[in-house]
Ligand binder design. Structure first.
Ligand code: MTE
Length: 312
């Protein structure tokens, strides 16, 4: 069961958690209806993650489980927002291992279970801002990427961290088409990777990640556009060269390496000044986008002296 070690006023005080559980119980009873939805595997999974509240959580109300698991970008399963929920069940997430290589003290292929051994999962309720100008609030369960990097030991010369998603066209129907240059790749500067806001998530709403959210383990970097938060990671490489990410490679004039949320730097094809919060209904007003997605106090210093229009 979930333990709470300290009292913090959060959305939970106004949105009772049992409502969420009851809803799940109802869903479990409606097996036939569920067979049509991508949430079936989740409803059947009884595992509850042991999660303690972590720092940096927003007190904005999180999106519902339905919002978070049915409106997704995971091009490995198709480009429609509903495709991941429809098709991601085909991905086998157990067993899972991550290759950690490059400038590390203890390189190797690590079983995920071993990597997670002894690591305490925290709840981090973060805003997620997609480069497409929609946003959500997600109650992640995860741990700081720094914890894992410290475990494997970062060598002196390392300056960047590169990530890769699993390549499995048999299970990921989108990978059978050249939508992107598979496998999906991302990267961070080492100081960004070591920042305490940067987490590896293994759960949402204190449940293991649904496949469509990047099971069994995905990156979450809340001050950057969502495409940096790479899903279903199988490789982490420490390097001394800035890695090219998939979107940057596709359209370098539209997507940069940094991809910091910035309302003042528009995408060449649309404004980034405001965003649509998912779940707000058809007539909900758009809301202003915040610099660094509202995490400026924590991260602005990382970019001092940089021209954020040129290094976008
Ligand atoms: N990771 C992989 N491997 N493939 C993807 O297509 N989409 C990214 C990111 N991670 C993507 C990915 C984008 S554009 C966003 S906005 C977020 O995942 C969406 O995460 P969510 O579906 O869990 O909300």
């Amino acid at each position: 069961m979930t333990r709470y070690r300290n009292t913090q006023l959060t959305w939970r005080d106004v949105t009772p958690y049992p409502l969420f559980l009851n809803r799940r119980a109802l869903m479990a009873g409606a097996g036939a209806a569920l067979a049509l939805s991508g949430t079936r595997a989740y409803a059947e999974a009884e595992e509850t993650l042991d999660v303690v509240p972590g720092p940096y959580s927003t007190d904005e109300p999180p999106n519902s489980w339905d919002d978070i698991t049915t409106y997704n970008n995971f091009f490995e399963f198709g480009t429609d927002k509903g495709d991941p929920a429809r098709y991601a069940e085909a991905l086998t997430t157990q067993p899972w291992s991550i290759e950690i290589d490059g400038l590390v003290e203890r390189p190797g292929r690590y079983a995920l279970n071993d990597l997670l051994d002894g690591i305490a999962l925290e709840e981090r309720i973060y805003r997620l801002r997609c480069v497409e100008a929609w946003s959500m609030v997600v109650p992640w369960a995860g741990f700081e990427l720094a914890t894992l990097l410290d475990r494997v030991g970062v060598q002196e010369g390392a300056r960047y961290v590169a990530f890769e998603t699993v390549l499995r066209p048999d299970e990921m129907r989108g990978q059978r088409r050249p939508i992107l240059d598979w496998p999906y790749r991302e990267g961070l500067r080492l100081d960004e990777a070591m920042h305490p806001l940067t987490i590896l998530a293994t759960g949402v709403y204190r449940r293991p990640l649904a496949n469509q959210n990047g099971a069994p383990i995905r990156l979450v970097v809340p001050w950057k556009y969502g495409f940096k938060s790479i899903k279903s990671i199988v490789r982490i490489t420490l390097t001394d060269e800035e890695p090219l990410n998939t979107w940057q490679e596709m359209a370098p004039n539209e997507y940069g390496f940094y991809a910091n949320v910035n309302p003042e730097v528009d995408h060449p094809r649309w404004s980034q000044a405001n965003e649509r919060r998912i779940g707000g209904g058809l007539f909900a007003r758009r809301q202003p986008t915040l610099m660094f997605n509202g995490y400026g106090d924590e991260v602005a210093h990382l970019y001092e002296g940089m021209d954020l229009r040129r290094q976008f």
